[in-house]
Design a protein around this ligand. Structure first.
Ligand code: SF4
Length: 439
């Protein structure tokens, strides 16, 4: 009788993909069944994120909640996997008597053996980082649907001073082009309509054997899967080449949405962050995008309150936001991460100032998003139909190629998930477009 495993995933799309990889590894053994509730599970694994402190706080709270399942089932085994496992290792065992397994992102092949040994009372710890592991031979176990993720590379070599990723996910390594195209063939056979190529910095993807870089990988993918919308995330302004922008302009099915984090508008802070570019360089990349892509949308990550950030640095961020006109942004207060270079700097921007600056950039971004969305009014946009909207059963939502949410009437359910419809945008707010179906 197979033992049941419940995997709960926190954090980024890469973690979602890793959970699918792990399910693929477990399914291959025939000794484990994957279940989608913790009730009655033989094993509960939390796939964790370490990027910000509150992501880890969520996991500690969840571990407290999971004690109820252990009370009901004495032989339940609980494991922490992913970035937090890599970062905290021994600390996790010290802090929690529930956790018996700690497994980092490059050790998922060992999970079946570790699960088995845990039943015999063994503590499992596997946190070695690899220079070569890409899991390219593993078929992820995906839930059927519209959109699929596919990691084309793992790790990062940039070492931004605030970021824990190079320490939890290791150095950059890329999968072979062929393994990526083979996996996409299977996604095509399964009817997926949208594909997001994933990596900490996809721009630096490189197949050493075939000497194929990211723009040329993108061209191959777009050619092979013309029926699919192709997206990618995340980019780095230093590695965002002209050729990448040209490759996006060449293919209609490569979505014109670019997530290009700038983090700060101050060159002094960018230097302290070891980002390797200036705000002028970033603006140059945006200019190139504007010259070559139509109906594009841009988003960014922005950190406020980095050590030593002055009022002038904050104003520089505001000025860059105004100049770029992002469609959306993920904005955060700086959170020191033990193990990073920035951790050694004094976290000297007081909490109330961090909060105030964060509120200011959120307010500004909301107004920019609103005016960017107003520019869509009157346009006819292609929408990939997803599901009923949250507010009304007769209204459905879908996304444009530029990743904007569009709400439209679907009165007699004439449209279903996966259909492509054309909508004329009639109104908008900062987060959503509202459209009428164009016959
Ligand atoms: S580019 Fe910088 S922020 Fe992004 S994963 Fe690498 S080190 Fe972290």
């Amino acid at each position: 009788m197979p033992k049941s495993v419940y995997i709960e995933t926190y954090g980024c799309q890469m973690n979602e993909y890793d959970s699918e990889i792990l399910k693929g590894i477990l399914a291959k053994t025939n000794n484990y069944s994957i279940i989608d509730t913790p009730d009655g599970a033989d094993f509960i694994l939390l796939n964790t994120c370490s990027v910000r402190d509150n992501a880890e706080v969520t996991i500690w709270n969840r571990l407290t909640q999971l004690k109820q399942y252990k009370k009901k089932k004495k032989n339940l085994q609980v494991g922490i996997i992913g970035c937090m496992a890599e970062r905290m290792r021994d600390e996790i065992f010290e802090k929690s008597d529930l956790v018996k397994m700690v497994i980092g992102p490059d050790e998922y092949r060992r999970v079946p053996e570790i699960l088995e040994n845990s039943l015999a009372g063994e503590i499992g710890i596997a946190v070695r980082l690899s220079r070569v592991e890409t899991y390219e031979d593993i078929e992820p176990l995906r839930t059927k649907g519209l959109s699929a993720w596919l990691a084309i590379m793992r790790g990062c070599n940039h070492f931004c001073t605030y970021c824990i990723v190079p320490y939890t996910r290791g150095r950059e390594r890329s999968r072979s082009v062929q393994s990526i195209l083979d996996e996409i063939s299977k996604l095509q056979d399964s009817g997926f309509r949208e594909l997001t190529l994933l990596g900490q910095n996809v721009n630096s993807y490189f197949d050493e054997t075939q000497k194929i870089d990211f723009p040329n990988l993108l061209r191959k993918v777009a050619k092979q899967a013309p029926e699919m919308r192709i997206r990618y995330v995340t980019s780095h302004p230093l590695d965002m080449s002209d050729d990448l922008i040209y490759s996006m302009a060449e293919f209609d099915n490569i979505c014109n949405y670019i997530h290009l984090p700038f983090q700060s508008g101050s060159n002094r802070i960018l230097d302290l962050m070891n980002r390797g570019y200036t705000s002028e360089h970033y603006l140059g990349r945006i200019q190139k995008i504007k010259e070559n892509l139509t109906d594009y949308a841009l988003s960014s990550d922005i950190i406020t309150g980095f050590p030593d950030e002055t009022e002038q640095d904050h104003q520089d961020t505001i000025e860059l936001m105004k100049a770029v006109q992002l469609d959306g942004a993920f904005m955060f207060k700086y959170s020191p991460r033990k193990g990073t270079k920035a951790y050694k700097l004094a976290d000297n921007v007081p909490e109330d100032i961090k909060k105030r600056r964060l509120n200011e950039i959120i307010t500004l971004q909301n107004s920019i998003s609103k005016s960017r969305n107003q520019l869509e009014i009157g346009k006819s946009l292609e929408v990939l139909v997803e599901k009923p909207s949250k507010k009304k059963a007769t209204e459905w939502m879908g996304k444009t190629k530029s990743n904007k949410v569009v709400i439209f009437d679907n009165l007699e359910n004439q449209f279903k998930e996966g259909d492509l419809v054309h909508t004329k945008i009639i109104r908008s707010n900062s987060a959503t477009l509202f459209g009428e179906i164009v016959k």
